[in-house]
Ligand binder design. Structure first.
Ligand code: AMP
Ligand code: ZN
Length: 138
């Protein structure tokens, strides 16, 4: 897609530090390097984000995720890894070509802190909500 920075990377029009490529996906180092080895895995077909993915693109991307993750871990010696994906502006998406962040973790004091606020569970509310979501799964 024209004007899409990641499509330009796929086309080779702008440079990237590639770590993996096949006919369906490409993985390259994120320029920000949140931690050493921070990598983005993206489908070659332009799609906005996971919310827009069909099963084929999802399979293309997610089937490659473990092997790319393991390669990063081996090469960097990371003790663990966060695998993160942002969908839409509200969730922090800034590049609107779907991508999965692989962020290797080396120590607990690296400044990365993913917090989930905890609430007392109301199981009746949870049950209703789960039902509503379940109905929408197609
Ligand atoms: P997000 O905020 O989830 O949309 O993430 C977009 C990511 O793309 C950011 O972490 C940027 O550092 C990264 N990024 C933007 N431009 C480039 C580029 N030319 N090469 C590599 N990574 C990039
Ligand atoms: Zn694109």
């Amino acid at each position: 897609m024209e004007n899409c920075i990641f499509c330009q990377i796929i086309a080779g029009d702008i440079p990237s530090s590639k770590v993996y490529e096949d006919d369906k996906v490409i993985a390259f180092l994120d320029i920000t390097q949140t931690t050493t080895g921070h990598t983005l895995l993206i489908p070659k077909e332009h799609v906005r984000n996971v919310l827009d993915m069909d099963n084929t693109i999802a399979q293309d991307v997610f089937s490659r995720l473990p092997k790319v993750a393991r390669a990063i871990q081996k090469a960097t010696g990371a003790a663990g890894m966060n695998i993160i994906n942002n969908n839409e502006k509200i969730a922090g998406q800034t590049v609107f070509h779907a991508h999965i962040h692989l962020v290797p973790r080396f120590n607990e004091n690296d400044g990365i802190d993913i917090k989930y606020t905890t609430h007392e569970p109301d199981f009746q509310v949870l049950g209703k909500l789960a039902e509503q979501i379940a109905k929408e799964v197609v």
